[in-house]
Design a protein around this ligand. Structure first.
Ligand SMILES: *Cc1c(COP(=O)(O)O)cnc(C)c1O
Length: 461
């Protein structure tokens, strides 16, 4: 299988090369050149455990991988999950289920993709013999999931910028207490946007990027989307047959990556009625799916910070299919979005998507209602998924983070302070962090200083 860019001006690549590239050279995002039909395989997959379902799915795409190696990599990727079901499906009442995606090492769903991506990177480095330096900025969850996907991996250094004092104390500990010598958490003065700008600047220096083999950990990597398809299939396989008939997956959404993965499984033949795009008060996608207008607004910080996004980068992948897989049309619309921050889609067809939005007041209310009704605690992101469920459908709400990651919001809503042992233990480990200004030159000097010349010389490019 080959992977093509949504903008049509880059060479199609095999799976491993598309994973290594992340973003396509023409600025587009990679997608499979055709979508396989999985509908006839589902009854067989019903018998398999999570890692096996993942392997059966990924082998359809990673056709340039040796199958036994792929199976080994996938097996290893889901070993650090605390629940052996990996993604348990919890039934709350006749029509309401929660898919718990927070049993990975950093207690958020991003572990599903980043544990696998870390192992794919490692395999790639072994194959090519050249080391890589991963650089990224984070507002919390992505950075910690990336660090835990890559820590201790040979041939990888990981530099993560996070805004000092603006990530939660637990998120900071997840990044700074690993003890791994290839992990460099950098606390910058300023905001997430300042960190992001410094990273972008540095990636713009193509010579430095090539010399140091810089690689990004953004949510646009194709492997992340495919890894996230698997738990939709898994949840469907676990549902009783009657519940599959009129099924809606409800997805707390920011960058549109997670819900897009679900929609792709439907395009591949998973029988799902609809997908709910559940936003917080940063509601660009809610507005799009209700009015047909995509209009960028300012980010308003919320109680569900991992959804505080206005530019949903994965939307471009959906757009590609929406415009009939016409890359020229994608280029035109993306240009318009970049230049004016606004696109009107006339006769916009929401396809299989429904949508809802939750303000901070709703989030606290929903945490309380879910707790009173089901004696079940949801985190602030997952709470957005409980906004006005469709009574005619079976709802599977994706729980994207553990409530223990956001104890203060939970405590204020229901007076309970949730904890998990793995987070409590972090409080006893020493913090190692590197304070720097959010400045391209300072970051460059830091990377130069910490990447040993031996590692640099190993590189072939
Ligand atoms: C990243 C994240 C989201 C948003 O997911 P997208 O793929 O960006 O739509 C939702 N909840 C949590 C807890 C997250 O970490």
């Amino acid at each position: 299988m080959q992977f093509i860019s949504t903008r049509g001006q880059s060479e199609p690549l095999e799976f491993s090369a598309a994973v290594e590239a992340g973003l396509a050279p023409d600025g587009g995002l990679y997608l499979p050149d055709s979508l396989p039909d999985i509908s006839s395989k589902l009854s067989e997959w019903e018998r398999y455990d999570y890692a096996r379902v993942c392997f059966e799915f990924m082998r359809l795409f990673a056709t340039d991988y040796d199958e036994s190696e792929l199976q080994r990599i996938i097996g290893q990727s889901y070993k650090k999950f605390a629940d052996k079901r990996i993604a348990p499906l919890v039934q709350l009442d006749e029509k309401t289920h929660v898919l718990e995606l927070f049993h990975g090492p950093t207690l958020a769903f991003k572990d599903f993709a980043l544990q696998l991506l870390g192992n794919l990177y490692e395999a790639q480095i072994k194959r090519t013999g050249s080391s890589i330096n991963v650089l990224g900025a984070t507002s919390g969850d992505t950075g910690s999931a990336a660090i835990h996907g890559l820590l201790g991996k040979e041939g990888v250094n990981i530099f993560i910028l996070y805004p000092d004092g603006r990530v939660s104390p637990l998120q900071e500990r997840q990044m700074t207490t690993t003890g791994a010598t290839n992990v460099y958490p950098i606390s910058i003065t300023g905001s997430f946007d300042d960190g992001q700008a410094a990273v972008k600047d540095l990636f713009g220096d193509l010579e430095f990027k090539a010399e140091y083999h810089l690689s990004a950990i953004n949510s646009i990597n194709l492997a992340r989307i495919l890894a996230q398809c698997v738990y939709y299939i898994w949840a469907w396989l676990r549902l009783p047959e009657a519940a599959r008939a009129n099924l809606e997956f409800v997805v707390p959404t920011g960058n549109f990556g997670n819900v897009l993965a679900g929609w792709l499984t439907q395009q591949m033949g998973l029988p799902v009625s609809s997908f709910r795009v559940a936003t917080n008060q940063n509601d660009i996608l809610y507005r799009l799916f209700t009015t047909g207008t995509y209009a960028v607004d300012d980010v308003k910080p919320s109680l569900a910070p991992s959804m505080d996004i206005q530019i949903a980068s994965n939307f471009e992948r959906f757009l590609f299919y929406k415009v009939g897989q016409n890359p020229e049309k994608v280029r035109e619309l993306m240009k318009q979005m970049r230049e004016t921050g606004k696109v009107d889609f006339d006769a916009f067809d929401p396809d299989s998507f429904t949508t809802s939005r939750s303000e901070d007041g709703d989030i606290e209310r929903l945490i309380k209602e879910v707790h009173e009704r089901y004696n079940y605690i949801v985190d602030p992101h997952t709470a957005c998924g409980f906004q006005t469920l469709d009574p005619d459908k079976t709802s599977v709400i994706l729980s994207t983070a553990s409530p223990a990651k956001f104890p203060d919001v939970i405590e204020s809503a229901i007076g309970i302070h949730p904890t998990v042992d793995s987070l409590e233990k972090l409080k006893t480990y020493p913090i190692v962090t590197y304070p720097l200004p959010a400045d391209k030159e300072a970051i460059r000097a830091f990377i130069k200083e910490h990447v040993s010349s031996g590692e640099k010389q190993e590189e072939k490019s």
